[in-house]
Design a protein around this ligand. Structure first.
Ligand SMILES: [Zn+2]
Length: 139
Protein backbone atom coordinates (compact mmCIF):
# COMPACT_ATOMS: atom_id res chain seq x y z
CA UNK A 1 0.00 0.00 0.00
CA UNK A 2 2.89 2.35 0.65
CA UNK A 3 3.90 1.85 -2.97
CA UNK A 4 0.51 2.96 -4.26
CA UNK A 5 0.82 5.45 -7.14
CA UNK A 6 0.92 8.93 -5.54
CA UNK A 7 -1.44 10.57 -8.00
CA UNK A 8 -3.96 7.72 -7.77
CA UNK A 9 -3.71 7.73 -3.94
CA UNK A 10 -4.48 11.49 -3.76
CA UNK A 11 -7.37 11.16 -6.22
CA UNK A 12 -8.88 8.26 -4.25
CA UNK A 13 -8.52 10.15 -0.94
CA UNK A 14 -9.86 13.47 -2.30
CA UNK A 15 -12.90 11.93 -4.00
CA UNK A 16 -13.37 8.87 -1.75
CA UNK A 17 -12.82 6.52 -4.65
CA UNK A 18 -12.13 2.79 -4.32
CA UNK A 19 -8.42 2.01 -4.55
CA UNK A 20 -9.15 -1.17 -6.56
CA UNK A 21 -11.73 -0.16 -9.23
CA UNK A 22 -11.54 3.65 -9.02
CA UNK A 23 -15.33 3.95 -8.64
CA UNK A 24 -17.12 5.69 -5.75
CA UNK A 25 -16.41 3.88 -2.47
CA UNK A 26 -19.31 5.38 -0.52
CA UNK A 27 -22.16 2.91 -0.02
CA UNK A 28 -25.10 4.61 -1.81
CA UNK A 29 -27.61 3.05 0.59
CA UNK A 30 -26.09 3.76 4.03
CA UNK A 31 -24.04 6.21 3.14
CA UNK A 32 -21.10 4.70 5.04
CA UNK A 33 -17.68 4.12 3.53
CA UNK A 34 -16.18 0.61 3.72
CA UNK A 35 -12.48 0.75 4.67
CA UNK A 36 -10.00 -2.14 4.77
CA UNK A 37 -7.07 -1.33 7.04
CA UNK A 38 -3.89 -3.01 8.20
CA UNK A 39 -1.95 -2.10 11.34
CA UNK A 40 0.86 -0.64 9.22
CA UNK A 41 -1.37 1.98 7.54
CA UNK A 42 -3.58 2.96 10.48
CA UNK A 43 -3.04 5.01 13.62
CA UNK A 44 -5.89 5.16 16.12
CA UNK A 45 -6.62 8.66 17.42
CA UNK A 46 -9.81 8.00 19.44
CA UNK A 47 -12.38 5.35 20.31
CA UNK A 48 -13.97 5.52 16.85
CA UNK A 49 -11.41 7.50 14.87
CA UNK A 50 -7.97 7.17 13.33
CA UNK A 51 -5.60 8.29 10.58
CA UNK A 52 -4.66 6.43 7.43
CA UNK A 53 -3.00 6.87 4.07
CA UNK A 54 -4.86 3.85 2.65
CA UNK A 55 -7.77 4.79 0.35
CA UNK A 56 -11.17 3.14 0.89
CA UNK A 57 -12.30 -0.04 -0.88
CA UNK A 58 -15.88 -0.31 -2.20
CA UNK A 59 -18.02 -3.24 -1.02
CA UNK A 60 -17.79 -4.93 -4.47
CA UNK A 61 -13.97 -4.92 -4.38
CA UNK A 62 -13.46 -6.07 -0.77
CA UNK A 63 -13.27 -9.79 -1.79
CA UNK A 64 -10.83 -9.01 -4.62
CA UNK A 65 -8.62 -6.91 -2.33
CA UNK A 66 -8.55 -9.66 0.31
CA UNK A 67 -7.69 -12.22 -2.34
CA UNK A 68 -4.97 -10.26 -4.16
CA UNK A 69 -3.28 -7.91 -1.66
CA UNK A 70 -0.44 -9.70 0.19
CA UNK A 71 -0.54 -7.16 3.06
CA UNK A 72 -4.22 -7.90 3.69
CA UNK A 73 -3.53 -11.64 3.79
CA UNK A 74 -1.37 -11.19 6.89
CA UNK A 75 -3.53 -8.71 8.77
CA UNK A 76 -6.64 -6.66 8.09
CA UNK A 77 -9.67 -5.15 9.75
CA UNK A 78 -12.79 -4.08 7.88
CA UNK A 79 -14.56 -0.94 9.13
CA UNK A 80 -17.36 1.30 8.00
CA UNK A 81 -16.58 5.01 8.29
CA UNK A 82 -19.17 7.76 8.75
CA UNK A 83 -17.05 10.77 7.68
CA UNK A 84 -13.50 11.84 6.86
CA UNK A 85 -11.38 14.92 7.40
CA UNK A 86 -8.10 15.77 5.70
CA UNK A 87 -5.30 15.53 8.29
CA UNK A 88 -1.96 16.03 6.51
CA UNK A 89 0.55 13.98 4.56
CA UNK A 90 3.02 11.14 4.86
CA UNK A 91 6.27 12.70 3.76
CA UNK A 92 10.02 12.61 3.49
CA UNK A 93 11.78 15.48 5.30
CA UNK A 94 14.98 17.23 4.21
CA UNK A 95 17.38 19.91 5.41
CA UNK A 96 19.69 22.03 3.26
CA UNK A 97 23.30 20.81 3.05
CA UNK A 98 26.46 22.93 2.83
CA UNK A 99 25.86 23.53 -0.89
CA UNK A 100 22.08 23.84 -0.35
CA UNK A 101 21.63 20.27 -1.59
CA UNK A 102 18.73 18.41 0.10
CA UNK A 103 19.87 16.07 2.89
CA UNK A 104 17.23 13.51 3.94
CA UNK A 105 16.39 13.66 7.65
CA UNK A 106 13.25 11.51 7.95
CA UNK A 107 11.38 9.02 5.77
CA UNK A 108 7.63 8.38 5.60
CA UNK A 109 6.59 10.47 8.62
CA UNK A 110 3.20 12.05 9.31
CA UNK A 111 3.17 15.85 8.85
CA UNK A 112 -0.12 17.50 9.88
CA UNK A 113 -1.45 20.46 7.88
CA UNK A 114 -0.97 22.76 10.89
CA UNK A 115 2.75 21.87 11.36
CA UNK A 116 3.74 24.69 9.04
CA UNK A 117 7.30 24.96 10.36
CA UNK A 118 8.03 21.58 8.72
CA UNK A 119 6.36 22.36 5.38
CA UNK A 120 9.37 24.03 3.67
CA UNK A 121 11.40 20.84 4.29
CA UNK A 122 8.61 18.37 3.43
CA UNK A 123 8.13 16.31 0.26
CA UNK A 124 4.68 14.72 0.51
CA UNK A 125 4.31 11.15 -0.71
CA UNK A 126 0.73 10.35 0.38
CA UNK A 127 -2.32 12.16 1.68
CA UNK A 128 -3.54 11.23 5.16
CA UNK A 129 -7.21 11.29 6.18
CA UNK A 130 -8.70 11.16 9.66
CA UNK A 131 -11.60 8.67 9.70
CA UNK A 132 -14.57 9.35 12.03
CA UNK A 133 -17.44 7.18 13.19
CA UNK A 134 -15.53 3.97 12.59
CA UNK A 135 -17.40 0.72 13.21
CA UNK A 136 -15.66 -2.65 13.20
CA UNK A 137 -17.28 -4.96 10.63
CA UNK A 138 -14.83 -7.86 10.41
CA UNK A 139 -13.13 -10.17 10.64
ZN1 LIG B 1 -14.09 -0.94 -6.03
Amino acid sequence: MRKLNTRRQWRCMNKLLCQVCGGPAVDPESPLIPWLLTKTVFERTGLDSGRTNAPPTCWNCVPTALEQCPMLRDDFTLYTVRSVETAGVLANLYRPGIFREPIPTAHNVFVPWDASRYHPRTLAVAKVLELHGMKHVGP
